[in-house]
Design a protein around this ligand. Sequence first.
Ligand code: ZN
Length: 324
Amino acid sequence: MLGTASQAPTRYRNHNGYFLRWDDAGILFDPGEGTQRQMILAGVRSSSVTRICVTHFHGDHCLGLPGVVQRMSLDGVSHPVDLCYPAGGQVFVERLLGASIFAMRVPLRLMPVTGDGGTVDEGPPHRLSATRLDHGPDTLGWRIEEPPGRSMLPDRLEALGVRGPDVGALIEHGTISVDGRSEPVTLEEVSVERPGQVMAFVMDTGSCPAALELARGADLLVCEATFANADAELATRYRHLTAGQAGRLAAEAGARRLVITHFSQRYPDAEVLLAEASAEFADVACAGDLLTIPVPPRAVPGQRPDSGARQPGSSSWPAGVRPK
Ligand SMILES: [Zn+2]
């Protein structure tokens, strides 16, 4: 969590900014003003960024783009970096990237997303898709999906006599011949499908079906909760979510962990927002600047994933990670 404030930063919250480490990929979401310095404080090197996703072009989601891109150029980042954004913001991308004098060295690939979104990058290593949200300006939410894999079943392998290097060969080729069996052993006989993990990023939107679609079954849902429930009228007027709505979204979507963020400066203490979201959904983390929040561990194959929807009010957060 590089920054967690909405429109105006505060003494304790920087403008938005989120960095997701996902295997070898590093995805920077919505770099608001000051993101370059927040990255230094968080120990995120500019070379760790492989993709930048911008939801929309209000300043709290993009004013840090010039600084981050210029820093990547200064650091000589030589790998391609994809900049994904709603196509309606093209003019702002051009202005932000041309905001001041610098030598553009990073191979930045512009990937404007038109219409209502869809698959932006099929991968590997992951599938990136976008869906139009309800916020006024052209706004997209993002979803990252790992492809499904397979989990080996040790008891089945043992029972069919597949051992040692044969296991690797079976994974590689899909079948293997075993002494004493006329038919080869197939991968399907000794493993089960393991669903890929999913992260969803829902920022700056009124309550809408698209938010639910993005969040469906997400292991980690990062969601705006700009307003407290008492200010629901403001949330509706400015097309934002209340903390209660964010919690209900996570519950309805069957998400596993919810991170609420993008707080209005009117709440110096986000405890009320955490309480309101937690009344609707169990596993809620209240974002704080420079906080690291883990994607929940992979669900065990054959067992129902542990959805937080069932036990509101009892978070499964490990001690020491939950912010004060
Ligand atoms: Zn915003």
